[in-house]
Structures are given as structure tokens and as C-alpha cells.
Design a protein around this ligand. Structure first.
Ligand SMILES: [Zn+2]
Length: 268
């Protein structure tokens, strides 16, 4: 479970697993603490859905102040529901890569807060306590069907010799099995990955299923070799909690995005 915390005006969720590690800073931000209005109220970090850019800029400034991380040290990408990774090898000049269309970021570089923007999709943050490597992954149903969380474990292994048993993962707030009704193509795409007997239950209508997206990602991480007790889920459904979260399913295309980030405060 994650617990609610507050820094300045910003409310966010944090994981006790990650809090025990002094060398990392992380947060799964809620929508509380920003300046945006209407459907983007209040802490929206994405200008793509119609929120005025000056509001989004002010929200980023608030995040920077709240977490005492300079704005230019936050790094986000253009997410496209794919399975491509970006490995940041240089924390200083990484901003030339910011428009890259990828859905996961990995780095061993201290001082760069790698972030994923979400409104229903699952943000997955990973940390290797031995090699001091972090990852941030965007896992909606498409990314999950592509196995992006399991791929994070493989990429960390290939690039940084991370061992799955040394990793911890926190699957942040996403739409829950209470609200995530999906149709045949989604059922088929995820069934092909296996484990579908556990992640689907029948929906209220013919040809519909309720998908447990956090569980699907947990199963992937376990199958990739991670220890089950090192994988944590949030216990929050973004669709059920309009007070805390944006939700694409609940509110449609005109809604905001939260920031989910992790930063390595110092190297090994
Ligand atoms: Zn729900």
C-alpha cells in the first residue's frame, strides 16, 4: 500500500519500501496542489489535452518547489503506448531527448527525476538496491500486452547487470478491476501473455471483461524473476477517486495527467 503525504500544496502517494532507501526520492502525485481549472483541476502536468500552457508551467514549478528538485531536473518523454525504452547515460544533456516517443526510462545517473504521466494507466517505478539503477514505466493495457514491465527488468539486466532479485517495484495508482471494463481485443491481447485467468473476471455485459491492470503487471514482474514480496501495488483506483485522481475512463479525453517520478539522489 501507498500512503498519502504532502509537501507544500502538493499531495502525493509514497511507498514505504522506497522510503527506506535514503538514496532515492519518489512520488506518485495526485491532482491536488496545482493551479489548473476545469477538467484539469488542479495539478495537471500535460499541456497536450487543452490545459493552458502557463497553468501547466506553474504546476511544474509547484512540483519543483515542493520536492526541492529544480524544474530542469525533471525528465519526461512523449508517451505512445509502446514498449520502447530510453536509457539516460548523461544527466546533464539528457533534455535533448525529451521529445522521444518512448514509454519507459532507465538510468543510473543521480540527479535526474525520471517521470511518467498518467490518468488511469499504471505507472511502475523500479529500483535496484545493489547496482543503484532506477526505471519509470508507463503501462496501460497496450504496454502491458507488450510486456513493458517485464522488459524493464530485462533492460536493467542488459544495460546495468541488474539482477531481478535485487529489484523493488511499486505499481502506482491506476484504474482498478472495479472500473476497468474492456472488450474482446483487449482480452485477446492480454490473454496471449498468459496469466489471464487471474487478471480478468466477467464484465456486466456479453463480450466484456473487468481487467486488473496492476495485477497483470505484478504477474509480469514475478515471471521476470522478481521476488513477489518486493512488488507493491497502490490500492487506489483512479476512476473511483475523482477527489484525488484524473481518469480518462471517467472523464474522457479532456482531463489532466499526474506525474509519477523517481530520482536517484546520489550514486552508489
Ligand atoms: Zn474503481
Amino acid at each position: 500500500m501507498l500512503k498519502l503525504a504532502q509537501r507544500g500544496p502538493v499531495q502525493y502517494l509514497e511507498s514505504e519500501e522506497f522510503l527506506t532507501v535514503p538514496s532515492i526520492l519518489h512520488g506518485f502525485c495526485t491532482r491536488i496542489g496545482g493551479v489548473s481549472g476545469g477538467p484539469y483541476a488542479t495539478l495537471n502536468v500535460s499541456p497536450r489535452e487543452g490545459d493552458p500552457p502557463e497553468k501547466v508551467r506553474e504546476n511544474w514549478q509547484r512540483l519543483a518547489s515542493a520536492f526541492a528538485i529544480p524544474r530542469e531536473r525533471f525528465f519526461v518523454v512523449s508517451q505512445v503506448h509502446g514498449e520502447e525504452f530510453l536509457v539516460i547515460e548523461d544527466a546533464v544533456s539528457c533534455h535533448s531527448l525529451e521529445n522521444r516517443q518512448v514509454d519507459a526510462i532507465v538510468t543510473d545517473q543521480p540527479g535526474v527525476a525520471i517521470g511518467i504521466k498518467t490518468a488511469d494507466c499504471a505507472p511502475v517505478l523500479l529500483f535496484d538496491r545493489t547496482k543503484h539503477v532506477i526505471a519509470a514505466v508507463h503501462a496501460g493495457w497496450r504496454g502491458t500486452a507488450l510486456g513493458i514491465a517485464a522488459k524493464a527488468v530485462r533492460v536493467m539486466g542488459q544495460r546495468y547487470s541488474s539482477r531481478p532479485e535485487d529489484l523493488s517495484a511499486v505499481i502506482g495508482p491506476s484504474i482498478g478491476p472495479c472500473c476497468y471494463e474492456v472488450d474482446g481485443p483487449v482480452f485477446k491481447a492480454l490473454s496471449e501473455r498468459g496469466g489471464s485467468d487471474r487478471v480478468f473476471r466477467p464484465g456486466g455485459r456479453e463480450g466484456r471483461w473487468m481487467l486488473d491492470l496492476p495485477l497483470a503487471n505484478r504477474i509480469q514482474l514475478e515471471r521476470a524473476g522478481m521476488q513477489p514480496e518486493r512488488i507493491f501495488t497502490s490500492g487506489f483506483c483512479t476512476c473511483c477517486r475523482p477527489d484525488l485522481f484524473f481518469s480518462h475512463r471517467r472523464d474522457g479525453a479532456k482531463t489532466g495527467r499526474h506525474l509519477n517520478f523517481i530520482l536517484l539522489a546520489r550514486g552508489k
